[in-house]
Design a protein around this ligand. Structure first.
Ligand SMILES: C[S@@+](CC[C@H](N)C(=O)[O-])C[C@H]1O[C@@H](n2cnc3c(N)ncnc32)[C@H](O)[C@@H]1O
Length: 92
């Protein structure tokens, strides 16, 4: 039998860094970043290059997510601060 791709008993904070490290991934894209907290976690647990993509603006009523609307007003500021500490230069 082959190895299980994902151990459902592990959180994403554990299994995503495991997968990208075990597969020696060098470049990744996080689509949907919001405040960059998960981006920070990935970069602290993986030595790759991560592109961050998010509209960082309200997406309208059809987008039903707690991260929508008002929180976007400061959401773009936070990843900029986090990534400055991690010496990342650009957000997309
Ligand atoms: C719940 S947050 C997820 C943040 C982060 N990935 C995490 O796991 O903590 C979802 C983010 O996805 C973004 N988003 C929604 N639709 C998107 C799309 N089509 N392309 C890029 N980002 C999108 C929203 O703006 C929001 O910031």
């Amino acid at each position: 039998m082959g190895e299980k791709l994902i151990d459902v008993g592990k959180t994403r904070e554990i299994f995503i860094p495991e997968i990208i490290n075990n597969n020696k991934c060098k470049i990744g894209i996080e689509i949907g970043v919001f405040k960059g907290e998960f981006s920070k976690h990935l970069l602290e647990n993986w030595n790759g290059k991560l592109f961050l993509i998010d509209p960082w603006r309200p997406l309208g009523d059809e987008y039903n997510d707690t991260s929508n609307h008002i929180q976007h007003l400061d959401a773009y500021q936070k990843p900029q601060k986090i990534l400055k500490v991690l010496k990342i230069e650009h957000l997309c």
